[in-house]
Ligand binder design. Structure first.
Ligand code: HEM
Length: 552
């Protein structure tokens, strides 16, 4: 086992889990006192066993030893009591804020036991690096058991999201070729660009039709979220099935609206099911379980219909000479590529494509809402990004890949959005060997959560963390970043071999849409107040922001 050097911890604001919103200890808010095995938190400040004032430095124990797992500060030992408090305090919906408060109170590492689930939570890049180095050849996350149970009860195969071990790796290597490799990105980028341009045309027509002001110079204020969900679904279907589904028409299909609703329902019902004995809920036919399973059934039947169509299209074009995935010279999407190569069984193609569909809509539509809001409330930043995009677009001669390459601020803007509003608020790993984090022993097989929301907003890690500054990610610019260790700061897509398989689709899709919007519209918001956020397996705005689009 490797020992670690002394580390300065990241707590600058010790406001504490133990204040009025304490969900764990049930201690009267006035005295704000919580016990941990490693120390005592008094008024949100960590004191050693002997009551010494918190130095914010995790030192070796007095005898110089690595501290034991049990000594890691924790939020209460009884998982069921904690669960009850979680429920009563509405903590499921504010998990990201709860994590931030708990780090502020307990320091950069803590244990948590809620219901049936136990974890060690960390947030500093140096600890994340250590975790990454111990993830092994088959990195393992927390399994979303309710999703797995749905597959088992319906006798569906599992895709990469739910698999582990060699089975996971075999599927994943084949999927990488179709969605992550540079050659694949080149194939699907024009499809995403087409959808992004069509979206902007649709928006331009709407601004002209419904906007205020003089003809040709109109503005429209709307909640763009329904349109962004449609955009993300249209883009996903185009890339995955090679099919446009007409969601920008005046009468988008009811079936697609139902799909969007089903993904929302599936996401919202997941967090409570993670902490409850969901198999029992299944057996007694509890509403929560039924809602969850019905939502998944809908997602599956939507994908099924499209896969059948894709299969027929491909079968009818067989015999014509063409490259794989390009029936009759036309790119037939990720589905077409996988079918033509024939290395994955039809069953596994279906399982994986369905997961890509389920994972690919809300995850991009929601950050786009935050991005429009941040660009709107930071007009100077918006203008800088627009200038770069304009120049790059003019030089790219219509080639979307070149245009994106010449606009690093656009990439920086997406990174900033995901730093401030990480879609998934944690990345989890089970280390395959014992490790030492913050000088505590963490045994192999422990579920460790990397908490992205507190990481992204930590003054220990980022200079002026509340500022939306796409330039902080520029090459050679270390100024916007702090603390020891390099890397492990931009982790919203996870890390290593198990990072998000849809990453390249998501990044390009979001960048292209923002690029075309910035080329066509000035964006503004009426209120610059922070957006309140809520957690429903993904982090979203409590109320979608209203955005004003003014024609340039
Ligand atoms: C901004 C958008 C997105 C974010 C922030 C995001 C984030 C993540 C994260 C954090 C993980 C876990 C990675 C890890 O454990 O290291 C993940 C996994 C995954 N994501 Fe995404 N995702 C996004 C978009 C997408 C899209 C568009 C798709 C599908 C087209 C997708 C499909 C998946 C799948 C299938 C996995 C499981 C991969 C595996 O276990 O091998 N995601 N995503």
């Amino acid at each position: 086992m490797r020992s670690m050097s002394i580390r300065v911890t990241g707590c600058t604001r010790a406001q504490g889990t133990c204040g009025s919103r304490n969900v764990f200890f049930g201690v009267a808010p006035q005295n704000g006192l919580c016990m941990t095995t490693a120390g005592t938190v008094v008024d949100g400040k960590l004191k050693g066993r002997n009551g010494a004032q918190d130095t914010r430095v995790r030192k070796r124990g007095v005898d110089g030893r690595v501290r034991s797992f049990e000594e890691i500060p924790h939020t209460g030992k009884n998982g069921w009591v904690n669960l009850l408090k979680f429920w009563r305090e509405g903590c499921f919906k504010q998990l990201h804020k709860h994590m931030e408060r708990t780090f502020n109170a307990l320091g950069p590492i803590y244990r948590e036991h809620v219901g049936t689930h136990g974890s060690v939570n960390i947030m500093l890049p140096s600890d994340i690096g250590e975790l990454f180095r111990s993830e092994g050849l088959h990195p393992q996350r927390m399994t979303l058991q309710p999703w797995a149970t749905h597959r088992e009860t319906r006798q569906h195969s599992k895709g990469v999201f739910l698999k582990n071990g060699e089975e996971w790796r075999a599927d994943r290597l084949l999927l990488n070729k179709e969605v992550m490799m540079t050659a694949a990105v080149k194939r699907f980028l024009p499809l995403l660009d087409e959808v992004a341009r069509d979206f902007c045309q649709m928006l331009q027509a709407r601004v002209e039709r419904e906007g205020r002001g003089e003809k040709g110079n109109r503005s429209l204020t709307i909640d763009p979220s329904p349109d962004l969900f449609r955009f993300a679904l249209e883009a996903s279907c185009h890339v995955l099935y090679g099919e446009r589904i007409g969601l920008f028409s005046s009468s988008p299909s009811l079936e697609s609206q139902k799909f969007i609703w089903a993904v929302e329902q599936m996401l919202a019902t997941t967090p409570p099911l993670l902490y409850l004995p969901h198999r029992l809920l299944l057996r007694i036919g509890a509403t929560l379980w039924t809602q969850h399973a019905t939502a998944w059934d809908h997602i599956f039947s939507h994908a099924d219909a499209r896969i059948q169509r894709g299969y027929q299209r491909l079968s009818s074009s067989q015999g014509q000479e063409s490259k794989p995935g390009e029936a009759g010279g036309r790119y037939t999407g990720v589905l077409g590529q996988l079918m033509e190569k024939g290395q994955l069984s039809l069953d596994l193609i279906k399982a994986n494509i369905t997961e890509l569909m389920a994972g690919g809509v809300d995850t991009t539509a929601v950050p786009l809402q935050f991005a429009l809001f941040e660009l709107g409330r930071n007009p100077e930043v918006q203008e800088k990004v627009r200038q770069q995009v304009r120049t790059s677009w003019a030089q790219a001669g219509g080639d979307p890949q070149k245009a994106l390459q010449g606009a690093p601020l656009l990439k920086g803007a997406i990174k900033e959005i995901l730093r401030l509003y990480p879609v998934g608020i944690t990345v989890q790993r089970m280390p395959v060997k014992d490790i030492v984090l913050q000088n505590y022993h963490v045994p192999a097989g422990t579920m460790v959560h990397v908490c992205l929301y507190p990481l992204g907003r930590s003054a220990e890690v980022f200079e002026d963390p509340q500022r939306f500054d796409p330039g902080r990610w520029g090459s050679g610019r270390e100024a916007g970043q702090r603390g020891e260790g390099s890397g492990f700061r931009s982790l919203s897509f996870g890390f290593g071999a198990r990072q998000c398989v849809g990453r390249r689709i998501a990044e390009n899709e979001m960048q292209l849409l923002l690029m075309h919007i910035l080329l066509s519209f000035h964006i503004s918001v009426s209120s610059t107040e922070d957006i309140k956020t809520t957690y429903t397996l993904i982090l979203q705005p409590e109320t979608p922001p209203r955005i004003t689009f003014s024609k340039l």
